[in-house]
Write a protein that binds this ligand. Structure first.
Ligand code: 6PG
Length: 482
């Protein structure tokens, strides 16, 4: 039933009714919540009500005042507008019309530092600001996303049950939990997206190997991914990979993937993840390679100019296709573990930096369903962190340690074969190098320290004594304690 301009009876309001906003509003209504609707242009509000009014109880509002007036107290408003300036503009308008104790939720892909700033400024005005990461795309928004709300704990008491009711559910557990203070929800969503980039790049590299090393067509590669999706690699991204590969282009009859321009775009969350990781000093090599691979793919002119550059002597294609297929599967799994391990390291570093007290097991729990990176192996990640919340790296959890031990020979074969065939595998290769570096007893960083001391007197530590030391490089080369 749709009622216009009734009193303050809506449990929540949604402003910004593009697809994500509309779908979340519908999801809320379908779960029995009365939802006040608002959009800059009323046409979108009317279209939503005309097409989906039957989903539940909506309150149509035109002005911000009317919108805010339609809400029960404490008022809860979910903003679903473009990240950046548009979000600030909407927050300002709402805040002016709201009262202390009311809650503004930003469900967009906001930069977490913006969320920290907005939360602090609204807190001063007595308002609660919740930066909520929402993952799952349009379909997830409608049928159950994964929701990562940050912000004041008190606000979660008023908001949590409502959000949990519309989130995806896995084994009876909602894919939504209070993440932590201020920007933590958007930070966690950002890292989620970074992992999403890495995962997509790794899948892309696997696809590339099937196409260029084994000469498989899209249909055949789709079959492999479908089969993989029945095993340890079961995940949303592997599932949709098979769907995309199977799709035929109506115009040419070819596989659609073969007529799509091979230049990947990005809205920026992967890039933010890497920037933040650089600041935090966390090596998220898989994510970084994925972001750079998109950038490289988009350098169309440079690529065109470089076609025909020397490849050198290339090796023969792998003789045993079945073995190579299994090698790729193992390499994908191991590299994926590295990508998640690095992402969780970044979350731990962010948590320490901002004093957020984030719980990795909780994040693995709410990423098991609804979101883009949902995957069977998130259950394993949850178990690993449940068992040891202080795990120094996911790679060290017994389950993943064993899985990598099983995969390692395949992983090395894939990276070396790809290199000998001249096929780029930046994420597979960097993940393997990361693993090798992590397990190395000695790294070349000792030499780096020596060089830094040589040209800049930056000092070094010794393996056999406490303190900092400097060698008098341009003097008699004796060592002094710094
Ligand atoms: C999600 C997605 C979602 C969106 C990204 C895509 O979790 O639902 O990550 O946030 O699809 O914006 O990002 P790119 O355009 O940067 O690939």
């Amino acid at each position: 039933m749709t009622i216009t301009n009734e009193g303050a009876r809506a449990q929540i309001g949604v402003t910004g009714l593009a697809v994500m906003g509309s779908n979340i509003a519908r999801n809320l209504a379908r779960h029995g919540h009365t939802v006040a609707l608002h959009n800059r242009s009323i046409a979108k509000t009317d279209a939503l009500i005309a097409e989906h009014g039957g989903d539940g109880d909506f309150v149509r509002t035109e002005t911000v005042e009317e919108f805010v007036g339609a809400l029960q107290k404490p008022r809860r408003v979910l903003i679903m507008v473009k990240a950046g300036d548009p979000t600030d503009a909407v927050i300002e308008e709402l805040a002016a019309a709201m009262e202390p104790g009311d809650i503004i939720i930003d469900g967009g892909n906001a930069l977490y530092t913006d969320t920290i700033r907005r939360e602090a400024s609204l807190r001063e005005r007595g308002l609660h600001f919740v930066g909520a990461g929402i993952s799952g795309g349009e379909e997830g928004a409608l049928n159950g996303p994964s929701i990562m709300p940050g912000g004041p704990k008190e606000s979660y008491e008023a908001l949590g049950p409502l959000l949990e009711s519309i989130a995806a559910q896995v084994d009876g557990t909602p894919c939504c939990t209070h993440i932590g203070p201020d920007g933590s929800g958007h930070f966690v969503k950002m890292v989620h997206n970074g992992i999403e980039y890495a995962d997509m790049q790794l899948i892309g590299e696997a696809y590339n190997l099937f196409r260029d090393a084994l000469g498989y067509d899209a249909d055949k590669i789709a079959e492999v991914f479908t089969e993989w999706n029945a095993g340890d690699l079961e995940s949303y991204l592997v599932e949709i990979t098979a769907e995309v590969l199977k799709q035929k282009d109506a115009k040419t009859g070819k596989a659609l993937v073969d007529v799509i321009v091979d230049a990947a775009e990005q809205k920026g969350t992967g890039r933010w993840t890497v920037k933040s990781a650089l600041d935090l000093g966390v090596p998220v090599t898989g994510i970084a390679e994925a972001v750079f691979a998109r950038a490289l793919s988009g350098s169309r002119e440079q690529r065109r100019a470089a076609v025909g550059l020397a490849s050198g002597q290339l090796a023969d294609k792998p003789a045993d296709a079945a073995q190579f297929t299994e090698d790729i599967r193992q390499a994908l799994y191991a590299s994926k573990v590295v990508a998640y391990a690095q992402g969780f390291d970044q979350i731990a570093a962010g948590s320490a930096e901002y004093d957020w007290d984030l719980h990795p097991a909780d994040l693995a729990t709410i990423w098991r369903g609804g979101c883009i990176i949902r995957a069977r192996f998130l259950n394993r990640i949850k178990e690993a962190y449940d068992e040891n919340p202080q795990l120094p790296s996911l790679i060290l959890a017994p389950y993943f340690r064993d899985a990598i031990e099983t995969a390692i020979d395949s992983w090395r074969r894939v990276v070396s074969t790809a290199t000998l065939l001249g096929i780029p595998v930046p994420a597979f290769a960097s993940s393997l190098s990361y693993y090798d570096a992590l397990r190395a007893e000695r790294l070349p960083a000792a030499l780096t320290q020596g060089q830094r001391d040589f040209f800049g007197a930056h000092t070094y530590e010794r393996t056999d004594a406490e303190g900092k030391f400097h060698t008098l490089w341009s003097g008699d080369r004796s060592e002094v304690q710094a």
